[in-house]
Design a binder for this molecule. Structure first.
Ligand code: MN
Length: 293
């Protein structure tokens, strides 16, 4: 099953080139416009929702995918967590001292998430490189706290493609990865039953048709189940939370005008345009001390 968010937070089941609007089946319906929580509420008891969907399918509104505004499947998760340095070939290309099984995870701003129809907007950062990273996103279904690896898959609702756009520089990771549109997510949430084993998925990313990343999640250092066990030992994970699982080798710079295509086996693909934005870091403080006298 493929689930999508569309038209300001509505929830749909994608079937071919159509989308069936199941928002009215979600406990609480569409709900308040901000934050957009219909999808997390749908995921909290997805089995019940899909059972009801099966019975009412033909009575629900059906739209063409081309006539809706597709959003990230979870437009504004409560939490966005990432496992950096989680593929050996990426650690080698970065000559990084970090490794996910030693350094663990970090959190970045959920407001960095954008959808499959949105461009990647590059901030104005002269002298900095802004790279793409190609990742499998795990989307949480059932709440997870101190989950054992052998139980972790029970807490996953599904998967999506995720591009982790990253400024290279000395700043903390959250400050380099949290600009708006730096976490394209989509095009849909594909449910766990349809994806099967998430630790053997090919994933690739090309820029203007040129292959940059070509990896497989079997090479994850911290696999999906161990990652959920590790993260949930610290952070209570909730429905709709998104985990970026790390990038294989192949990072490279993005520039305005580029076209980025990410594909994950059994999950889907999305093509994103890169555009120039305005505004960059306010880091005047780096060489400044404010007088308190
Ligand atoms: Mn990353």
């Amino acid at each position: 099953m493929k689930l999508a968010s569309f038209n300001h937070g509505r929830v749909g089941v994608v079937e071919g080139d159509g989308i069936v609007d199941v928002t009215d089946l979600v406990p609480g319906g569409l709900g308040p416009s901000w934050p957009s929580t219909a999808m997390p509420r749908a995921l909290a008891d997805l089995d019940a929702l899909l059972q009801e969907f099966a019975g009412k399918r033909d009575q629900l509104p059906r739209l063409s995918l081309s006539e809706v505004a597709l959003q990230a499947p979870v437009p504004r998760p409560g939490q966005l967590i990432a496992l950096p340095a989680n593929y050996d070939d990426h650690i080698t290309e970065m000559t990084s001292p970090n490794r996910a099984d030693r350094n663990g995870f970090f959190a970045l701003a959920p407001s960095s998430i954008s959808g499959p129809a949105d461009p990647i907007v590059l901030p104005d950062l002269p002298g900095y490189t802004i790279d793409h990273e190609c990742e499998l996103a795990v989307i949480i279904g059932k709440p997870a706290r101190h989950v054992r690896p052998e139980d972790a898959f029970d807490h996953i609702a599904g998967y999506a493609c995720l591009v982790d756009v990253t400024v290279r520089g000395p700043q903390e990771r959250a400050m380099r990865k949290s600009f708006p549109s730096f976490t394209p997510l989509g095009p849909y949430l594909v449910t766990s039953d349809e994806v099967g084993n998430p630790d053997e998925l090919g994933l690739s990313l090309s820029v203007n048709g040129e292959m940059r990343h070509d990896g497989n999640t079997r090479d994850l250092i911290v696999g999906i189940a161990d990652g959920i066990a590790m993260i949930s030992s610290v952070i209570p994970l909730e429905p709709g939370d998104v985990i970026a699982t790390g990038t294989p080798a192949g990072v490279g710079p993005l520039a305005p005008g580029d076209e980025v295509k990410i594909a994950v086996e059994r999950v889907g693909d999305m093509t994103l345009q890169v555009v120039a934005g305005t505004g960059g870091y306010n880091i005047a403080y780096q060489n400044r001390k404010v007088s308190t006298g």
